[in-house]
Design a protein around this ligand. Structure first.
Ligand SMILES: Nc1ncnc2c1ncn2[C@@H]1O[C@H](COP(=O)(O)OP(=O)(O)O)[C@@H](O)[C@H]1O
Ligand SMILES: [Mg+2]
Length: 409
């Protein structure tokens, strides 16, 4: 850095990054431009067909999108919606959108409020949409006023829609026009889920009232992941990535299913590890360490909010998995291992029935996989459970808990 530039800079911090030219390109919230999107032409076309009427101010076709994590569902929905907004604007049509993460906002009132706030311009609608204090019915009223006054078309993207507490909001949104809640405006819904069987869980009322198209996003293969990462190469300074970094990252991310999120996270963590180690180049060893870190972080996200009892149960399953050639264990076996661990931790041991319930919850969190054997015999008692992540990673994450860390002797 030339001396004149550093005048006045606080020497506590580092000002030029030796590894990253623009790390933001690798952030999950970053929306890459169309030229950086690879291998989703067909899916983009289908989303565009569903949203196409919005360009003329007409009602879009509602659309449900399914596929495993990291297959580009959120990205393609946001990207195509953005392009619709731009195209519509050329003809003086106002399209707005709200992106709802149903994992964070799963109640009807919260969702209606968020959509309202995304589209509302108080000067035009004459209403404000406060953060709290209104009942669900009043939030709806203001939402319809805002939608009518401020938009021609509103596109509502409901991400992780399977986490919705109550699907009534779907029915109301999809019926808004018919029921004359809104008169000058249209609403289109994109529902996104990692669960392919999601519509089975919808109530009959919603299923029958919500006419929709459905679309499946397949996982990427390693070659597609290479292409995706190549288009983000400029996140790094030129020459910093050694030749095998992108192919190795892609191969590792494709191991379970081709997951672009995992690939990008590994690449970013590899760069961070190189930087932390003061290494000038990102190399294979950084990628391998980054894979471990990425998996541990992901797993940590899944369980960090879980109570210590749940962690103790998971620890029991982890020990069993480590010390046995079998991968699946019946509740009974996990329970007796758990009782010993609870004792060592000074926790009151839960009943076997309660442990079974917690295993079910972990199953729901996609931390373990539970299968019931010989259907119908004593609910859950004969279930078998399997860890979905490498036991060494699970162990590392569990031992981050201050209480469980005492087990590491
Ligand atoms: N086809 C693609 N081209 C470029 N980047 C992609 C592609 N698909 C996914 N990504 C990137 O991978 C990450 C995960 O994608 P995302 O859309 O969140 O997946 P999903 O919603 O299916 O879990 C994001 O950072 C996204 O930008
Ligand atoms: Mg997503």
């Amino acid at each position: 850095m030339p001396p004149d530039e550093s005048v006045g800079r606080d020497p506590l911090f580092q000002y030029d990054d030796p590894i990253f030219a623009d790390e933001r390109l690798l952030e999950i919230t970053h929306l890459p431009g169309p030229d950086r999107i690879v291998g989703r032409d067909e899916q983009m076309q289908r989303v565009a067909e569903a949203l196409n009427p919005a360009i003329f101010g007409s009602e879009p076709t509602h659309l449900f999108i399914f596929g495993k994590t990291g297959t580009g569902k959120s990205l393609i929905s946001r990207s195509v919606t953005q392009r619709v907004i731009t195209e519509a604007d050329r003809d003086g049509i106002t399209v707005k959108y709200a992106f709802i993460d149903c994992g964070e906002q799963n109640t009807e009132a919260a969702i209606v409020k968020t959509i309202g706030q995304a589209v509302n311009e108080p000067d035009r609608s004459g209403v404000s949409i406060p953060d709290r204090g209104l009942g669900t019915g009043d939030y709806y009223k203001r939402l319809w006023q805002a939608v009518d006054a401020c938009t021609d078309v509103t596109i509502v993207i409901l991400d992780e829609i399977d986490m919705l507490e109550d699907d009534e909001v779907l029915r109301k949104l999809s019926r808004a026009g018919e029921n004359r809640r809104i008169s000058d405006s249209r609403v289109g819904i994109i529902g996104i889920s990692n669960k392919i069987d999601f519509p089975d869980g919808l109530s009959e009322r919603v299923k029958s009232s919500l006419a929709r198209d459905e679309l499946v996003f397949p996982p990427y293969d390693a070659t597609q992941l290479v292409d995706i990462l190549e288009k983000r190469r400029d996140a790094f300074h030129e020459g910093v990535l050694t030749d095998d970094v992108i192919p190795l990252t892609s191969a590792l991310a494709a191991q379970e299913h081709g997951d672009a999120r995992k690939a990008i996270d590994i690449l970013r963590n590899a760069g961070r590890l190189a930087k932390k180690g003061n290494d000038a180049l990102v190399a294979e060893e950084h990628v391998r360490a980054a894979k471990e870190k990425t998996e541990a972080d992901r797993f940590n996200e899944l369980i960090e909010g879980s109570p210590q009892q749940a962690k103790a149960i998971l620890y029991a399953l982890t020990l069993l998995t480590e010390n046995s050639i079998s991968e699946e264990f019946p509740t009974k076996v996990i329970y007796s291992q758990y009782k010993g661990i609870a004792g060592r931790l000074g926790l009151d041991a839960l009943s076997e029935r309660r442990v079974q319930e917690i295993l079910q919850e972990l199953n729901f969190l996609n931390v373990i996989q539970s299968e019931r054997e010989g259907r119908g015999r004593g609910r859950g008692a004969h279930a078998k459970h399997r860890l979905l992540e490498d036991p060494s990673i699970v162990k590392k994450v569990l031992l981050r808990d201050s209480r469980l860390s005492t087990l590491d002797a």
